[in-house]
Design a protein around this ligand. Sequence first.
Ligand SMILES: O=C(CO)[C@@H](O)[C@H](O)COP(=O)(O)O
Length: 223
Amino acid sequence: MQPTVIAPSILSANFARLGEEVDNVLKAGADWVHFDVMDNHYVPNLTIGPLVCEALRKHGVTAPIDVHLMVEPVDRLVPDFAKAGATMISFHPEASRHVHRTVQLIKANGCQAGLVLNPATPIEVLDYVLDDLDMVLLMSVNPGFGGQAFIPSALDKLRRVRERIDRSGKAIRLEIDGGVKPENIAEIASAGADTFVAGSAIFSQPDYADVVRRMKDAVAAVR
Ligand SMILES: O=C(CO)[C@@H](O)[C@H](O)COP(=O)(O)O
């Protein structure tokens, strides 16, 4: 299992003060920036693109930027995000006609590649591509919005994907996204996640450091 990472989703940050929000959450102990890209086509919401990613890099953000593409089609945005400073780029298999090709495209552009499974997407989609991935991202809500409740069936799915990753012997991260908070993160970590996206649980609180610390302590207690 990979070292624990807390990746705050900036979807729940104050966009009017985005640079400051990202600085504050990283100073608070967060490890990555989770960057949700929505296109009002693959998902019913519209958010941010490569210009904002580039702006964060120009602002001085050096932490990994974990780009989650909820867009269809995927491929034409990959080079733009790579140039804008993305560290890893994850996408949904339903949004790419050629999943293996998209994985290779992400890597050819110098980024790490992740595949995202929606709550109802079977884990068999990982067949034939798992070994090429740097990360599997399991959605524990339906994509499109922050602040939704964690879907419990994601726990069994985490256990099953963890088994597959362990069997592969590769250093593949297992990320969980949606409804993660200090109160449920221990159970989620026990099921096999090592990388935790949290938006509303962090940005709705006045003290980001306190939430990040409580999350890390809860994970450490079960790992
Ligand atoms: O990708 C998404 C939603 O599509 C997530 O990253 C959410 O933004 C997480 O938000 P919380 O459930 O933690 O509030």
